[in-house]
Design a protein around this ligand. Sequence first.
Ligand SMILES: *Cc1c(COP(=O)(O)O)cnc(C)c1O
Ligand SMILES: [Zn+2]
Length: 374
Amino acid sequence: MTVTYICHECGKKYELDTLAFRCECGGLFDLEKPKFEFARDQIVQEEWSLFRYIQALPFEKGSGAWKETSMGEGLTPILTLDPEMPNVLVKLDYAMPTLSFKDRGAAVLIAKAKELGVEKVIQDSSGNAGTAIAAYASRAGMACEIYVPKATSTKKIKQISAHGAKVHIVNGSREDTAEAALHAAEKGDAFYASHVYNPFFYEGTKTFAYEVFEQLAGDMPDSVIVPLGNGTLVLGCYYGFQELVHANLIKKMPRIIAVQAETCAPIYEAFIRGEQSIKEVVNTGTLAEGIAIANPLRGKQVLEAIQATAGEIIIAPEDRILDAKKALAERGFFVETTTAATFAGFYDLCEKENHDSLGTVLIPLCGAGLKSAE
Ligand SMILES: *Cc1c(COP(=O)(O)O)cnc(C)c1O
Ligand SMILES: [Zn+2]
C-alpha cells in the first residue's frame, strides 16, 4: 500500500519518513491510502489478534513488523449486559494486555513505527494511552518517554514505568503536558507516537468496528455509545464502519452516540449550539478523568464524523457515575470510573428518549476497574 500523511486542513502531503508530526500550516495529519474494498475472506482466520484484519491495515505488503510487537490484543467478547435488556450489548474492550482499548491504537501505531525503523518514541497522556504505548514500545525493543500531568494516578504511573519507559511528570495540566511533549517532539530526537496527532493510532481503533462486524455476523447494532475525550475510538468506529459500508459488507452506518463529561464538554457544547468550531473549556473536575479533554485537537473532525452518522453527543451526569459503576459491578463488570460515565450518559438518555427508539445499542467497556484510583 502506498500511504502518505495528508494535512486535514490544507491537503498538503508528507512522506511517512518525515520528522514532522503536523503540517506546517498547523493542521493535523490524516492518512491517504489507496481505496480498497475489504472482503470477508481476507480475514486471517488463524491469527488470534486484531492483526487478523491486516489486509485492511496500512502496512507494506509482506511486512512482518507487527509479529514482533503484537500481544494478542483485540477480539474482545460481546455480550448482553442484562437478560432484561436484550437490546443492550457490551464489548469488553478492557480485556486487553494493558487493560484498556488504547491497545488497539498502540499495537498498530508501534508496529508501523517498527516497520519505519523507529528506535525511540515519546508520547503524552493522562494515563491509558501512555501505558499502552510504553508496553508495545517495550515489546518492540524501542526506547520510550511518556509525559504525564502530575494529577495522574500513581497506579497508572507505576504501570508505565514498569515497562521501562522514562516518565516525565509535568507540574501542570493535561494541556501543559501536551505542550511539554510537543517541545520534545519538535527537537526531533524521537518519533512522536501520539494518539491524538498520529493517524496510525486510528487505524488501530478502527478494528473495533471490524470485530463488531465479524462477531455479530454483519448484524450491526443501530447505535454505538462511545466515550468522547479526544475521540480516538469515535474516529476509529467511524472509519471502520465507513470502510465496511464502502465494501458493501454492512448496509448502513450505526449511529455514533458520543458521551462527554458534564464538567468538561467542549464538543458537546458546539453540537448543542449548532456550531462547527470547538471552543476550549475549563475542566472544573470530574470523576471521568479519561474523557476530560478541555481542548480536543481533532474536535471539529470528530463532530463532523458523529454528524455524518446522524449521531449525537450526550452528557454523563456527574452524580450518576458512581451508581452506574456499581450497577455494572453487580452485573460482573468492574470498570474504570470513566467507563461508568458512558453508562451514566446512556441511562440518562434512556429516561429522556424512548429506550426502544434507540434500537440495538452496543457500548464498549473501555477501561478496567483496577486502573481507577478510587
Ligand atoms: C482514552 C480513554 C477514553 C477516551 O478516549 P478518547 O480517545 O480520548 O476519546 C475513554 N475511556 C478510557 C478507559 C480511555 O482510556
Ligand atoms: Zn496543512
